[in-house]
Write a protein that binds this ligand. Structure first.
Ligand SMILES: NC(=O)c1ccc[n+]([C@@H]2O[C@H](COP(=O)([O-])OP(=O)(O)OC[C@H]3O[C@@H](n4cnc5c(N)ncnc54)[C@H](O)[C@@H]3O)[C@@H](O)[C@H]2O)c1
Length: 250
């Protein structure tokens, strides 16, 4: 049991990557706060964990709103007594180019995808520091944070921000024994914002299969467990090696 007696918050945990991360952490002994805007999805994941013998509770929260984030961290502390682990996984994409996206859409994508990891880290880190026991934070970025795209202008900007946010958080929280790292997925399970896996999505990686949510969950587990105790401020690519390939240079 790698996470015995630890309390983990996973945002956007109602589906896909957040769901499998929550389930894997619970199977390793963590008590999981399953945080999602969608009550039914979050409650289903929490119920699945409990049915499998684990410990979990669903918390409804719009991570795009600071008041909700603050309340959510307070509720988790009240329910479980402490916070040891935070996975900032929730995100939305605009899927639009610079001329199509409205300022309102841009602001909403930035609030949920970039500001939320900052604010959730701030309130969760305060709880970790108050508890006097340190902690671990994993931010979910994306290969879209490293490369430009012909759409998703707000999402790519936000995910690039998540990478450097991770480095500054890592530096500012290291004195408090809180380790901060990022994971960088590419094409894992269903696309962001969608329920269904699309088997027609082309697979261009070195492994030869699409990524599945458990690929990301296992990497997140590594980064929140003591197995990675010397890894801080890193961005771990979970992409089947696709970013190793340079188009036109094979
Ligand atoms: N799926 C991929 O191929 C892929 C690729 C690169 C990066 N990522 C990143 O991985 C993470 C998870 O992606 P996913 O595909 O599992 O996402 P998803 O869209 O399948 O699930 C996201 C979950 O977040 C919840 N959510 C949305 N807005 C919210 C809000 N305001 N407050 C609280 N919860 C909210 C949704 O209800 C949903 O349950 C994201 O950060 C995403 O950017 C995913």
């Amino acid at each position: 049991m790698k996470l015995k007696d630890q309390v983990a918050i996973v945002t956007g945990a109602g589906r896909n990557i957040g769901e499998d991360t929550s389930k894997l952490f619970a199977s390793e002994g963590a008590t999981v706060a399953v945080v999602d805007l969608d009550r039914a999805r979050g409650e289903k994941v929490a119920a699945d964990i409990v049915a499998a013998g684990g410990k979990a509770k669903a918390f409804v929260c719009d991570v795009g709103k600071e008041d909700d984030i603050k309340r959510c961290v307070d509720e988790v502390k009240a329910a479980f007594g402490r916070v040891d682990i935070l996975v900032n996984n929730a995100a939305i994409s605009d899927n639009k180019n610079m001329f199509e996206v409205t300022t309102e859409e841009w602001n909403r994508v930035l609030a949920i995808t970039l500001t939320s990891p900052f604010l959730f880290s701030k309130y969760a880190a305060k709880a970790m520091i108050d508890g006097g026991h340190g902690g671990k934070i994993v931010n979910v970025s994306s290969t879209s944070g490293y490369y430009g795209r012909d759409r998703a202008i707000a999402y790519t900007a936000a995910k690039g921000g998540v990478v450097n946010l991770t480095k500054s958080l890592a530096i500012q929280l290291a004195p408090h024994k809180i380790r901060v790292n990022a994971v960088v997925p590419n094409k894992i399970g269903s696309p962001v914002g969608k329920d269904e896996f699309d088997p027609t999505r082309p697979v261009l990686n070195l492994v030869g299969r699409p990524g599945v949510p458990m690929d990301l969950a296992r990497a997140a587990l590594f980064l929140v467990s003591d197995d990675s105790e010397f890894i801080v401020g890193a961005a771990l690519f979970i992409d089947g090696g696709c970013t190793t390939l340079m188009p036109g240079n094979a």
